[in-house]
Design a protein. Structure first.
Length: 285
């Protein structure tokens, strides 16, 4: 299958292109710079020069593809929706995979699935109208699919690394917010990449939570990271206010208590995450 990918040179995109290649797909990837173009070419994908704001480029690239995987991070909901619309207009009936995130569910109060009500922190509240518009294309002959990844780990993960190099690290400990009992719905980036490939055969209107294995607490993750960093498991609690002052609004997302099941993707797509013990991975890094 000929697949057009946005965000191909990024953290998730790199893993997705590799997975697509392994499964025999042909990939073209949006590249907003010469550096990004070289990166995707090194992965075996052809480069399409442009950015998310270049709607004509997106439309044309989608028109020459059989599927689209939208991974690039937009700056606003308006930008994301405009890009999604341009690509869906160009693609026609092929699968269009749009990236959301599990943070939109807020605190889950136990284990939930994709049908859980939304209660997003302000950081991701803009996703609702975008996803609604994307999914509405199913009624007009499109084949939209939403992937909502959990908190990613594995490889060169800048997001989670940023959290764990914040307050406490200078004092020889790894920080967590509050009592640290909030659960994190985690997914390894390589498992997530396999989910995107599997979702190319999903039915129109499908929504999948990209989470795998157990959902450890933030304190457990901090302890594992501490061991991996050679700090002998030392951790320290910081307040949400401290985290906000240091990290900004994303701190509220790291404070969420989430447990989400990947049962739907397992049942409908046969997706079987290979990394089911995130704490072991963190302890090794």
């Amino acid at each position: 299958m000929k697949v057009f990918v946005t965000g191909g040179s990024g953290y998730i995109g790199t893993a997705v292109i590799k997975a697509l290649n392994r499964h025999g797909h042909t990939v073209r990837a949006l590249s907003r710079s010469e550096h990004a173009a070289r990166a995707v070419q090194h992965l075996g994908a052809a480069s399409v020069r442009g950015s998310l704001g270049d709607l004509a480029v997106l439309n044309d690239a989608a028109a020459h593809a059989e599927a689209v995987i939208h991974l690039a991070q937009a700056q606003t909901g308006e930008e994301d929706l405009a890009a999604a619309t341009a690509m869906q207009d160009g693609l026609g009936p092929g699968p269009y995979l749009h990236t959301g995130g599990t943070w939109v569910y807020g605190d889950t109060d136990g284990v939930v699935d994709e049908d859980a009500p939304w209660n997003p922190p302000a950081l991701v509240a803009w996703r609702k109208p975008v996803e609604d518009a994307v999914l509405a294309r199913a009624a007009r002959g499109g084949r939209p699919v939403i992937i909502r990844p959990g908190l990613l780990y594995g490889g060169d993960n800048r997001l989670i690394e940023t959290f764990f190099t914040r307050p406490g690290r200078e004092a020889g400990a790894i920080a967590y917010i509050g009592d640290g009992f909030q659960h994190w719905a985690l997914v390894h980036v390589e498992d997530l990449a396999e989910l995107y490939v599997a979702a190319l055969r999903a039915k129109a209107g499908s929504i999948y939570a990209g989470v795998g294995g157990i959902s450890p607490t933030a304190r457990e993750v901090a302890q594992a990271v501490s061991h991996g960093a050679g700090l002998a498991g030392k951790t320290v609690s910081i307040t949400l206010e401290q985290a906000r002052a240091d990290m900004g609004p994303i701190a509220d997302a790291f404070a969420l208590d989430q447990q989400i099941t990947p049962t739907r993707a397992r049942a409908e797509l046969g997706w079987a995450p290979a990394f089911t013990d995130p704490l072991a991975v963190f302890a090794q890094e």
